[in-house]
Design a protein around this ligand. Structure first.
Ligand code: NAD
Length: 410
């Protein structure tokens, strides 16, 4: 455990070097064509600082007349981890810390679009581990990531656990593997605003959360459900905080631009609000971070996980209808939801009904992963398989050790 603590400290130190944070943020945007450099810097920093380490592996113990029994978290073995384009380096940092803290080794299958950066990061982590005296190759990847190579990795007899952070396809694939699998899949987080909320604060939180890293995070607000009585006021304040309200004609133009055959058009995922506005020939006003439009609940800007700073706003007659709609629009992903309200009963009602892994109240969505909210961070949020915000113990086996008759000294 002392060795592991040293290795984790070395990884944190290497990932937190300012020149490395710069490289990971700049190169991720360049190589994947998605996201925002300053936000990625913050995400990378948080991943290195706030992912729990060895201290997460708490032992349970029972002592009594029959002796002493402990349950300890023990290494699983070699883990195959599949990482997304949207958080390429954050996920490698977070998974490496959590998986090594639990005593495992990791084979990473990064997204091909993040290949060069992922290979650099794995090499940099290995260099830090070597300097800290760790065994060679605790963390590895392939020079040429591809679906074929990921499949080979998943089938390898020495890979004992699979952890997929990505869309529904890869989560389904690991679940069918026959191996222990953790699936961290897609979301479509709704944000509900009711008439009791601090509307100015709610507006700022939504613009901050939904524009963070150009809406790439799986946790970011993806559609707004506003109680009719405060919807206009909410839009007014959102515009003051950097939102731009699209006209009906601009919405039509955007549909042609950012929607592909199967959901969002890849080339527009993670692009900035200003780039998207320019894409439809609109000169962006200064300070615009988010595009918003009124929509019906059937509209793709409400239904589809766009991963762009473009949000549909749906009106609901009252808070109960708004909560019901949020549950519907979350599509059963059990991922993330947000609500702005001062009514504790309604906050509680939404939490109970929506059953998401993360439920943020009166804050921007990123507080749910520890950025401005209490608690540890993770970049692998396992809704489908139930581990929730993964941490070292999620990557461990639980083992019981029983000593009969002795070591109870009472
Ligand atoms: P993606 O599903 O396209 O790719 C994710 C990873 O899986 C990549 O490494 C990709 O190469 C691999 N992959 C995809 N299909 C595969 C297949 N058939 N066989 C083998 N490998 C395959 O997702 P993305 O665009 O990189 O990331 C965005 C998605 O990930 C969004 O849906 C987002 O919500 C989700 N996401 C979820 C979490 C979470 O913690 N729950 C975190 C980040 C991203």
């Amino acid at each position: 455990l002392a060795d592991r603590r040293r290795y984790i400290a070395a990884i944190r130190e290497a990932m937190l070097r300012p020149e490395h944070l710069d490289k990971m943020s700049v190169d991720a945007v360049m190589q994947t064509g998605m996201g925002d450099v300053a936000d990625k810097y913050l995400k990378n920093k948080v991943a290195a600082e706030l992912t729990p380490g060895v201290e997460d592996l708490e032992t349970s113990a029972w002592s009594g007349d029959d002796g002493l029994t402990t349950v300890e978290y023990s290494a699983f073995g070699v883990i195959g981890a599949i990482t997304p384009t949207t958080n390429p380096t954050e996920t490698i940092t977070c998974n490496t810390i959590g998986m090594l803290a639990a005593g495992n080794a990791v084979v990473f299958s990064p997204h091909p679009r993040a290949r060069d950066l992922s290979v650099w990061q794995v090499q940099t982590i290995n260099r830090a581990l070597r300097e800290a005296g760790a065994p060679e190759n605790l963390v590895v990847t392939v020079a040429e990531p591809s679906i074929e190579n990921t499949n080979k990795m998943m089938e390898h007899r020495k890979v004992q656990m699979l952890v997929a952070t990505g869309g529904p396809g890869i989560v389904r694939t690991v679940l069918k593997s026959g191996k222990k699998a953790i699936g961290a899949g897609a979301g479509n987080p709704p944000v509900v605003v009711d008439e009791t909320a601090d509307i100015d604060h709610a507006a700022k939180c939504i613009v901050d959360g939904a524009s963070f890293d150009n809406n790439l995070p799986c946790t970011a607000e993806k559609e707004i459900i506003a109680v009719d009585a405060i919807a206009d006021l909410l839009k007014f304040h959102m515009v003051q905080h950097g939102a731009y309200e699209l006209s009906a004609e601009q919405v039509k133009q955007l549909e042609g631009l950012i929607l592909g055959e199967r959901g969002a058009a890849t080339e527009w995922i993670g692009k900035s609000a200003t780039a998207i506005l320019e894409g439809i020939g609109v000169e962006p006003p200064a300070g615009v971070r988010l595009l918003v439009c009124e929509a019906t609940k059937e509209h793709p800007f409400v239904q589809v996980e766009l991963m762009m700073p473009v949000l549909g706003l749906v009106r609901a007659p009252d808070v109960d209808a708004a909560i019901d709609l949020a549950v519907e629009l979350e599509h059963g992903n059990r991922h993330t939801a947000v609500m702005h309200s001062q009514n504790v009963s309604k906050l509680t009602k939404m939490g109970k009904l929506i059953q998401t892994t993360i439920f943020v109240k009166n804050g921007p969505s990123f507080t749910g992963i520890g950025i401005g909210g209490e608690g540890f961070t993770t970049f692998t949020i396992a809704g489908p398989t139930g581990e929730g915000l993964t941490r070292p113990r999620s990557f461990a086996r639980s083992r019981r050790c029983v000593l009969v008759g002795d070591l109870n000294v009472r």
